[in-house]
Ligand binder design. Structure first.
Ligand code: ADP
Length: 356
């Protein structure tokens, strides 16, 4: 196994900059997730590590070896794609064995290894089937099996669950996590799904427009987002963003006045400064008393353990989501008094999106 180190990796396609200047190091055995909206450069980073793309500049190390000029085949990485890419004419067993055969390993060793891998992925009873006789989830397990069988130093997974339906995706996600707990391969996993990122990652790399926005463990990314992009990308429903104006001693949120929290007295907001206040739906409480913020209920979604309420600030188009306990069931048209949990209130510069 090996660590993976990217130093100032850039990739341009003619005049399109796919990735700007990417530097990070994944320690041996860790599971890192690259996450961000479509087009942010995730696949380009993964394909560069695999050797399927050449960086325009920068250095890439696998273990202690500089691999910039090492062809994909010799990089000792195993890649799994979203469309499985199994050989259709080969059985499951032959698909898993393929890489080992190519490397001319002894048939006895190959057979034993196929049996081990099939057992670890519950594929033993499917070894003689052809890919088209398998479900999507089973095909994805075979693709993983083929990667595991190669005993590569690094696993690269590009949206491996995105072709599976919701239930299967949840199950396979849990299996992947367990597999990594057993094998401890260095893994780089690309997804646009923040739930996958939160549940699988040792570390999350949040990307936007070819740049790293933040690197951190899931809790840090969730609780201490570096900027508005990270704050609104991670979390479901996303963090509420309330445009506000600083009026000296208070925030004006669409005509309602939120006194400046004591913890923010040290901030040097200028009068009339335009800000974006960020608050997660679970950090808004419904108050029986009159409060700073009053909203009109628009939509109520009972989800069992909790109720998701979508509301607007009267006289404005400003909407916000509130996550309340399941026994709270307001009706559309009701007015609610809200208290924001000020320990979890974020302030972003409205123009740059930077956290203040
Ligand atoms: P993601 O995986 O996050 O969706 P990609 O890494 O595929 O993003 O793409 C990043 C950017 O680079 C996009 O703007 C995309 O259009 C561009 N890009 C990727 N591959 C190519 C290519 N072969 N030729 C031209 N532009 C490309």
């Amino acid at each position: 196994m090996a660590n993976v180190r990217l130093e100032n990796i850039k990739r341009r396609f003619n005049n399109v900059t796919a990735i700007e200047d990417i530097t990070f190091e994944i320690p041996d055995g860790e599971f890192w997730v690259l996450v961000g909206p479509s087009g942010c450069g995730k696949s380009t980073i993964l394909r560069t590590i695999a050797g399927l793309e050449n960086a325009t500049s920068g250095n890439l190390y696998i273990g202690e070896t500089l691999v910039n000029n090492v062809p994909a085949r010799q990089r000792d990485v195993a890649m799994v794609f979203q469309n499985y890419a199994l050989y259709p004419h080969m059985s499951v067993g032959e698909n898993i064995a393929f890489g080992m055969k190519m490397r001319k390993m002894e048939p006895r060793v190959i057979q034993q290894r196929v049996a081990e891998v099939a057992a670890s992925l519950s594929l033993e009873h499917l070894l003689d089937r052809k890919p088209k006789q398998l479900s999507g989830g089973q095909q994805q397990r075979v693709a993983l099996g083929r990667a595991i069988a190669r005993q590569a130093q690094v696993f690269l997974l590009d949206e491996p669950l995105s072709n599976l339906d919701a239930q299967l995706r949840d199950d396979t996600r849990a299996e992947l996590k367990q597999l990594h707990q057993n094998l401890r391969n260095t893994t780089v996993y690309v997804t646009h799904d923040q739930v996958e990122a939160m549940t699988l990652a040792d570390k999350i790399v949040v990307l936007s427009q070819g740049n790293i926005q933040q690197i951190g463990d899931p809790q840090t990314i969730y609780n201490h987002p570096a900027n508005r992009m990270v704050a609104t990308f991670i979390g479901n429903p996303p963090m509420n963003i309330l445009p506000a104006k600083f009026t000296g001693g208070a925030f004006d949120i669409s005509g309602q006045t939120l006194p400046l929290p004591a913890s923010m007295k040290k901030f040097n907001f200028s009068t009339a400064q335009q800000l974006d206040l960020g608050i997660r739906p679970e950090h808004i409480n419904i108050s029986p008393e009159p409060s700073a913020l009053t909203v009109d209920v628009k939509v109520v979604e009972p989800l069992g353990r909790e109720t998701l309420i979508r509301a607007t600030i009267p006289g404005s188009l400003q909407t916000l989501s509130i996550q309340a306990p399941g026994n709270i069931r307001p009706h559309p048209g009701d007015k609610l008094n809200l208290n924001l949990d000020l320990d979890y209130l974020f302030v972003f510069d409205a123009t740059t999106g930077k956290k203040l």
